[in-house]
Design a protein around this ligand. Structure first.
Ligand SMILES: C[S@@+](CC[C@H](N)C(=O)[O-])C[C@H]1O[C@@H](n2cnc3c(N)ncnc32)[C@H](O)[C@@H]1O
Length: 276
């Protein structure tokens, strides 16, 4: 895992790897986030599987995408600059780096803040400034230089961009594989609805965005293989029906999307796909 990121889907790979066709053209992931699924998939044998060689990765978080671009381009330099910050880490240094990052964000500051902030979440205020306080862990886990190199290799033939998911989906052609992992919808908690963490960016992903995504999926479902993950709740079931060509599979998973104990309840996750 190169970054800590809420909603990471490394666990999903073992549930779906048998569903992924070995004859895909482009691999497309428009909500790439911490890339847990992408890196797990492309590093299964420390090598890119021959069927996943190129494609498009994107996310609205521009600083995240800048991090991936630097990682792809020069992993050794990025590692050197990041480890220097990690080795000097104190609470005081954290806030100094956070101030610099707010004025002029750099990729090495991004991963340093990600690894040392509270709960590894990325959250911005309305001005679009990273506003997570320092974490309280004594020991900081940081990936090795070899792992930086491996991730850079995974990214080497991928076009990486910062944009809304629809822009990336528009690039899909016949035979492409699209994995969509949008921010989770809310889920029921006791007798009410528990608001899920969705505020990855100044602009929160909302129900209109979800509906845009559903429409885009329906337009592409006869052309591409599509895999979608979310909570298995009525709202999501309503959007993806068998009669429209969607398979809906439930899995049990304890999610740690919320820092609050209340958010750590066992919730069923949904795996939705057409004929992959
Ligand atoms: C659940 S996370 C993805 C996690 C990722 N699949 C993984 O395995 O690490 C959802 C991501 O969607 C991004 N996002 C939110 N709204 C978006 C939009 N309109 N278009 C593209 N990305 C968006 C967030 O920045 C966040 O990184």
């Amino acid at each position: 895992m190169i970054l800590k990121w809420p909603g990471g889907k490394k666990w999903l790979l073992k549930e779906v790897s048998h569903l992924i066709s070995q004859k895909i053209n482009n691999y497309i992931e428009p909500f790439v986030g911490g890339g847990s699924f992408f890196f797990a998939l492309t590093q299964q044998d420390k090598l890119l599987p021959s069927y996943i060689q190129k494609g498009y990765l994107s996310d609205t978080n521009q600083k995240l995408i800048n991090f991936y671009s630097e990682l792809k381009l020069d992993p050794a330099k990025l590692y050197r600059n990041s480890i220097r910050l990690i080795n000097n880490h104190t609470e005081e240094e954290y806030y100094k780096v956070r101030d610099k990052f707010r004025k002029n964000p750099k990729a090495h500051q991004f991963i340093y803040l990600n690894r040392t902030c509270f709960n590894g979440v990325y959250r911005e205020n309305l001005k679009g400034e990273f506003n997570v306080p320092v974490g309280r862990r004594n020991k900081i886990a940081f990936p090795s230089q070899d792992y930086f190199n491996l991730c850079s290799k995974s990214l080497s033939n991928f076009e990486i961009s910062s944009c809304d998911f629809e822009e990336t989906i528009k690039k899909a052609k016949k035979g492409d594989f699209i994995y969509l992992d949008p921010p989770y919808v809310d889920r029921p908690y006791e007798n009410s609805s528990y608001k899920t963490f969705r505020k990855y960016n100044a602009k929160e992903f909302n129900i209109n965005d979800l509906e845009r995504m559903v429409e885009a999926c329906n337009n592409l479902r006869d052309k591409c293989s599509i895999l979608i993950s979310n909570f298995s709740v009525d709202l999501v079931k309503e959007y993806f029906k068998k009669k429209d060509g969607w398979n809906f599979k439930e899995t049990e998973k304890t999610t740690f999307i919320s820092g609050k104990a209340k958010g750590r309840t066992k919730v069923k996750e949904a795996i939705i796909y057409n004929s992959l």
